[in-house]
Ligand binder design. Structure first.
Ligand SMILES: Cc1ncc(COP(=O)(O)O)c(C=O)c1O
Length: 402
């Protein structure tokens, strides 16, 4: 078997399951368990999407094309143009958009296609971050270059801290905005700086924007990488690639539907890779996805549900926990002063609430694991459960000593 498989770290949820399985971590049977650890949306999926899916099941009788239907690619291009206020016609659906079966799969495939294994290559990525970036990098024979995101720098990666020598070896810079787990949104100036560095040192900027439609200020939707490219007057999104998803936007994580868009030169080679990779999106999924990308109303409704949860949960927690309102995504990233694993285990034992230790999401270099001392609290459960979970956290904090 591929020896690089040995380099992969255990997935954070495997580690969490092991932590909870420790004998002394068995909680009392009641009250009922509340999972605030997983990032799986639980709002009901839009009825119209399910209707299209059901109505098109006969289409399973045909092989789908890897490039996706022209209608789906057009719907994705139109959404990008609306969402990021791009110039009309600047996203060419033919050459700049490809469907993927979720951004997880898309990110993984992209890294495999992008890395030149003849070179000693770096892939820069936020730390803590989504573990697929690291796994895809290691399996592609490249080395992760971890960009710390800590409270001190507003949970933003410090691009200026990376020496030129590392940028020269870098083939891909992965950014995530809004970020998981921190919820930080990258400002336009940082995206523009990333593109200047990419031009100077010849690398691709890959922006994971799977939380693009989950943000807390209706008047300030997070900016995107393609927007930054246009703001700089760059042509045809050179060196830019973005990853978008319906999982969070439309609360359909099981549909496995997203898309990749950007630089047509990169996209042409990615299409070639994916033709062999064999990951075409089933036609009923394509048709349902097309309907979802064409509708913004359900995404706004979904967003309001998250905003309400933050509005209700934060006033409970902020007097007793170092926690800020994130700009986007659906996580709280409180500081828990000390051992986040112990905090997680004791919270589980006492209150039957599961959160995710921040150290499981971070790696860290010389300066230590930047996820340590935090936990990730997901507000994906229904409002009543989130409130109940927050209440139990409060109870726990009354007795917990770091
Ligand atoms: C930062 C980030 N990127 C990508 C994904 C994958 O999403 P999907 O494959 O459902 O599009 C997730 C899922 O939790 C995520 O948190």
């Amino acid at each position: 078997m591929n020896p690089r498989l040995e380099a992969l770290h255990a997935y954070p949820f495997e580690r969490l399951a092991a932590l909870k399985a420790q004998e002394r971590a068995a909680p009392a049977a009641s009250p009922a368990h509340i999972a605030m650890s997983i990032g799986e949306p639980q709002h009901p999926p839009p009825a119209f999407l399910l209707e299209v899916l059901r109505g098109e099941l006969e289409r399973l009788g045909s092989y789908p094309g890897t490039a996706g239907t022209p209608e789906l690619r057009a719907a994705c291009a139109h959404w990008l143009t609306r969402r990021f206020a791009l110039r009309a016609g600047s996203v060419d659906p033919e050459s700049m958009v490809l469907p993927v079966n979720g951004t997880r799969e898309g990110l993984f495939a992209f890294i495999q296609a992008a890395i030149d294994q003849r070179r000693s290559t770096l892939v820069a990525m936020p730390d803590p971050g989504y573990q697929i970036y690291e796994g895809a990098t290691l399996l592609a024979g490249a080395e992760p270059l971890l960009l710390d995101t800590r409270a001190a720098n507003g949970y933003l990666p410090d691009l200026e801290a990376v020496p030129d020598e590392s940028w020269r070896r870098c083939q891909v810079l992965i950014l995530c905005s809004p970020g998981n787990p921190t919820g930080a949104v990258l400002p336009l100036a940082l995206l523009e700086r990333a593109l200047e560095l990419a031009d100077r040192h010849d690398f691709i900027v890959a922006a994971d924007e799977c939380y693009a439609d989950i943000y807390l200020d209706e008047d300030a939707p997070p900016v995107g990488l393609l927007q930054a490219s246009e703001a700089l007057g760059r042509e045809r999104f050179a060196r830019c690639i973005v990853f978008e998803s319906l999982s969070k936007r439309s609360s359909v994580p099981g549909l496995r539907s997203g898309f990749v868009a950007g630089d047509p030169a990169v996209m042409a080679r990615l299409l070639k890779y994916r033709t062999y990779h064999g990951s075409a999106m089933p036609l009923p999924t394509q048709l349902a996805s097309c309907a979802a990308w064409n509708d913004d109303g359900h995404a706004a409704t979904n967003r309001r549900l998250y905003q309400e949860k933050f509005d209700r949960v934060l006033p409970l927690l902020s007097p007793v926990l170092k926690v800020a309102r994130p700009a986007g995504a659906f996580y709280l990233w409180p500081e828990v002063d000390g051992d986040d694993e112990r905090f997680t285990r004791e919270l589980y034992v006492r209150e039957n609430v599961t959160v995710l230790p921040g150290s499981y999401l971070g790696r860290g270099g010389a300066a230590g694991n930047p996820g340590a001392g935090h936990v990730r609290v997901s507000l994906t459960a229904p409002l009543a459960q989130c409130l109940e979970g927050a209440g139990r956290l409060l109870e726990f904090l009354r007795v917990y000593r770091p």
